[in-house]
Design a protein around this ligand. Sequence first.
Ligand code: FE2
Length: 213
Amino acid sequence: MNRRSFLKTGAVGSLGVASQAIGSNGNVTLGLQTPTEIEGPFYPVIAQQDKDFDLTKVKGRKAKALGQHIVIHGVVIDTEGNPVEGATVDLWQANAAGRYSHPHDSNPAPVDDNFQGWAIVPSGQSGGFRFRTVLPGIYPVGGGWSRPPHIHFKVTKKGYIELTTQLYFPGQPLNQVDRLLQRKSKQEQKLVIAEKSSDTPDTFYYQIIVEKA
Ligand SMILES: [Fe+2]
């Protein structure tokens, strides 16, 4: 079963299928877990009415979020390659201009009122999850450091160790100089950089590997 058919069927039924499919990018995933990363200062504190899985629009507003609209899909699995169903995938990110909707974000870039900003997506059958969003913008941290586009994740499920991490995008020049990403080994970097779909535009695949408690 190649990875494309794996994605189409969503089948992650056995160890063999999962490791073969997910290992198509050259990673040996068995036994590894997604590396952790800091939560950062912008975990959502502003309640929002709209909590669905399409962050590119906000309930009651006609205009869509600015920026490149993308789809992120993937699976939550454990370190043995078994799908983890019913995990809570809590995610938040900057808008396309690099601004969080958070009172502590001092970046002068504009808030986008049409961008949802965060969502809580449960993993479904076979551990799958999917959401639509915008490519996050670059933002300055200070000291000559700008963060590459990234999405923050916190993944929880009873019986598993809580995982806080960040998703990065392939081919982003700032990945090469990011002070958080670059303190990880090459193997760890591979595990947090999403994979661009070769057959669907603006679509990225991300696997999240959690460890049993
Ligand atoms: Fe961030």
